[in-house]
Design a binder for this molecule. Sequence first.
Ligand code: ADP
Ligand code: GLC
Length: 493
Amino acid sequence: MKKILFVTSEAHPLIKTGGLADVSGSLPKALAGLGQDVRLIIPNYNAINLPGEPRFLCSLRVDNRDVNLLETQIPDSQVNVLLVDYPHFFNRPGNPYVDEQGNSWADNADRFALFCRIAVEVAMNRAQLNWQPDIVHCNDWQSGLVPALLTLETGRPDTVFTIHNLAYQGLFLVDNILGLNLPGQLWHPAGLEFYHMLSFIKGGLVYADRITTVSPTYALEIQTAAYGYGLEGLLIHRKEDLSGILNGIDLETWNPATDPFIAKQYDVAILPDKLHNKTELQRKTGLPINESIQLFGLIGRLVEQKGIDLIIDCLPALLAMPVQFVVLGAGDKGFEERLHNLAHVYPDKMAFAKGYDEPLAHLIEAGADVFLMPSRFEPCGLNQMYSQLYGTLPIVRYTGGLADTVVDALPNTIADRTATGFVFNDASASSLLEAIKRAVLLYSDKSAWKKVQANGMKKDFSWKHSAEQYLDLYQSLWHVFPIVGGEIAYTEH
Ligand code: ADP
Ligand code: GLC
């Protein structure tokens, strides 16, 4: 059994802004299910949703700050959660990273550096927990300093760093980081420095014993200039330690047969019941109620990554077809405004729900016929997997985890029952529109459509296989201790 400290800045259902929360809420549960001793560590945000009063564990003094460590649990699980309680940094309105206007908190470097320092204290068994992990598994830039700081410790645990999205790197100007008191030996271009800025993510990419990302295709893509953001050289350098492990999904949360948020539960044997969700979605979003019109859905952060501009560019052509379109999301103000205006121009065809709404997200997955996900890049992507399980055919671009999880509906894949959606290549509105047209055409062939729905609904997207891959990775780790008396001492965990 491995003792694993899982370091993350969000975890469903405690706090969520995107897919990182889905993964951090479900992978630790899956690892616990495989008999591992997993604890999560996360900041105690104002907006966190706790299952009852947390337990006080201890107080730690780090960088002249007194920080409390509290304990709670992931609801309905055996996974303990350590809450880093420092109200001055974390007890604020807004989300974990931005204020209510959507601007990054000016002191994010301090906030997440403190979080990392506390994680290091726990990792080194200096938090009065009488528990030292074998593995510290860090996720995204907010936890990036942990592997770096741990390399300065003797008797440290092994470290794994997972890239959920290389586009977010935690880059800070030198002026913003003087107060961090980072050890000088980490500050150089082959360390935490990135073009004279501090890069949190480099702490993971340079110093972690192993690097993973959330799909095999993205693991290759980030080793190229098109997807590497200037870090491709470093990632190529570390390619022996880099692998892609596809995310799984939490079937307790995303399952049309048991989903409490949808109007009528269904599965592949009672597929017509899915239609109740369509009419409920139309009612809720003010669209004309019509069971037979093809309904397109989209849920997501409205940012360039997600190809929202491609969708906006082909919306007039899309809405000229016999379809409806429901969008749920928030993000870039320009995208929000354009979607809002388009929904005004086409009130009978398009609805835009601005904001973050979990129940509506479930209803869209259940009620739509097609899910649009034309991402420019997508490390893994979860909605295309949810969509397949909900019998909602995804339209995706051939990139990252989308390429690894959706099989294009072509005559041969429809015949051999592997087709699960529609895949296109170029990040252009015209390529997306071609895929949309194929989806419209296939929808007119009810029997072919049903077959493709069934293929997706029967797929195994559970965590089991991926959690086993993480476990294999943990077990493969060797810890190399510093040179002692001229010899290198190895121990195997
Ligand atoms: P990313 O992490 O890049 O945002 P993913 O596809 O991995 O993309 O995961 C996004 C997760 O966040 C999904 O669970 C999705 O349903 C959810 N989500 C995104 N935007 C919203 C929203 N506006 N309301 C509710 N859920 C949302
Ligand atoms: C990131 C990625 C997304 C991935 C998620 C969880 O936010 O953008 O593709 O599914 O992390 O790993």
